[in-house]
Structure formats: structure tokens, C-alpha cells
Write a protein of this length. Structure first.
Length: 228
């Protein structure tokens, strides 16, 4: 049953992306100032929404592990972080491509971009730290602390364009305070892509949870074998 749900979610995400891609490329006209390149918005913004959601889940799971000391929360946290880092890299890559066309540069140390990079580095460090600690309980404790406090960087990244108005444009999405107006067709395309990305992220997290659980079972058997 679980596998069928995962296949269904993956299939639904694929259908949504294909249908939405047709609409984005052929149904929605070019943006007046940016031309065709603005269409990267439909992948750039949903990738950030998705990584923020994944890091929120990881942060919540980290807090729950600190309270409950249940390793299942640690499994959820590391799985969500891995998926979150993947979507963060998508957001950074699409942002750099967009910046190269609009600003003429691949990268600038704008506060929003800088904090996004810091967030990516923090969570990459989280994953690296886990590889350095063999004991499962100690690894989970240290990871829970880092996973909890790393979410502060996510919050700063989200609010950076409100706090520092520099190279990166201010809020343009209608759901944000002070956001601009957006054609409903454009906004709906963003939401559909976000739906597809969230479905894909959910499938990826579920698969990683299964893999991580089996890996820990193998590690437990290996320790028992060494103790004999």
C-alpha cells in the first residue's frame, strides 16, 4: 500500500509538471521587462518554498527528538535535511542563471543570496557531522541541536529581502506582506509547480526514511555480530 501511494504521488507530480510546463512555455506570455527568462521564476520560487518546508520538518523533528529521544524523529530529520539541501541547490542554481541574464553576473554578495548560501552550508555541515560520529545516540543528540538552531538561518533567509533592500528585488508574491500584484495565471502556475515539487519532496523523504531505517538495522546487526 505504501509503495502504491509513493508511485501515485510521483506520477501525480510528473503529470502536474508536464501540464504546467506546457502552460508556462506556451500559454503565458513573456514578462514585459525581462522577456522569456522570467519563466525560471516558476521553478526558482517553488524550489525555495519546498526547501523551506523540508527544513521546517527537519527542525520540528529535531526538537521532537530532543524531547522524546525517539530515533524515528532523527531518521525523519536527516531525511528531510537531505531533500531540503537538494532543493536549496536547485534554488541557488536557478537564481544564478536568472541573475546572469538580468544582472549580468552569476553571483553577488547580496544579503538574501548570502544567507541562502549560509543556510545551504549549515545543512551540508549537518550532514557531514553525522558522518563523523559512529554512535547512533550521540549522533542523533548532536544533530538534533544543530538541526534546531540551523532553522534560524532559514528564517533569516526568508526575511532578508524585507530587512535589507539591496540587489535582490523586494517581495513580489501576493501572499507576502508588502508583496506586489501578480497576474492570477502566473500565480496559479507557481502554486501548481510548488504542489508538484512538494509531492516529489514527500516521495524522496519517504524513500530516504526507508533507506535510513534499513541502514540502522544493518548497523545494529553488525554491532551485535562484533560483540559475539
Amino acid at each position: 500500500m505504501r509503495d502504491k501511494l509513493l508511485y501515485a504521488a510521483g506520477a501525480a507530480a510528473t503529470v502536474i509538471l508536464i501540464a504546467n510546463l506546457h502552460k508556462i512555455l506556451l500559454g503565458i506570455p513573456d514578462e514585459m521587462d525581462q522577456g522569456a527568462i522570467y519563466r525560471i521564476l516558476y521553478f526558482h520560487v517553488p524550489s525555495w518554498f519546498t526547501c523551506f518546508a523540508a527544513f521546517f520538518v527537519a527542525g520540528l523533528a529535531s526538537v521532537m527528538y530532543s524531547v522524546k529521544r525517539d530515533l524515528r524523529y532523527d531518521v525523519l530529520a536527516v531525511s528531510a535535511v537531505e531533500v531540503g539541501v537538494a532543493f536549496t541547490l536547485v534554488g541557488l542554481a536557478t537564481g544564478s542563471i536568472w541573475a546572469r541574464i538580468i544582472w549580468g553576473i552569476w553571483w553577488t554578495w547580496d544579503p538574501r543570496l548570502t544567507w541562502a548560501l549560509i543556510t545551504c552550508v549549515l545543512y551540508a555541515g549537518y550532514l557531514m557531522m553525522r558522518q563523523m560520529i559512529d554512535d547512533a545516540s550521540a549522533r542523533a543528540r548532536f544533530a538534533a541541536v544543530l538541526g534546531t538552531f540551523s532553522f534560524a538561518s532559514v528564517a533569516i533567509t526568508y526575511k532578508a529581502i524585507d530587512w535589507w533592500r539591496t540587489q535582490h528585488p523586494g517581495p513580489v508574491l501576493p501572499i507576502r506582506a508588502g508583496g506586489g500584484k501578480m497576474d492570477p495565471e502566473m500565480w496559479h502556475a507557481i502554486l501548481w509547480n510548488w504542489t508538484a515539487f512538494m509531492l516529489l519532496a514527500s516521495v524522496m523523504v519517504a524513500v530516504r526514511i526507508s533507506q535510513e531505517t534499513r541502514l540502522r538495522e544493518v548497523e545494529a546487526l553488525r554491532r551485535r555480530a562484533h560483540a559475539i
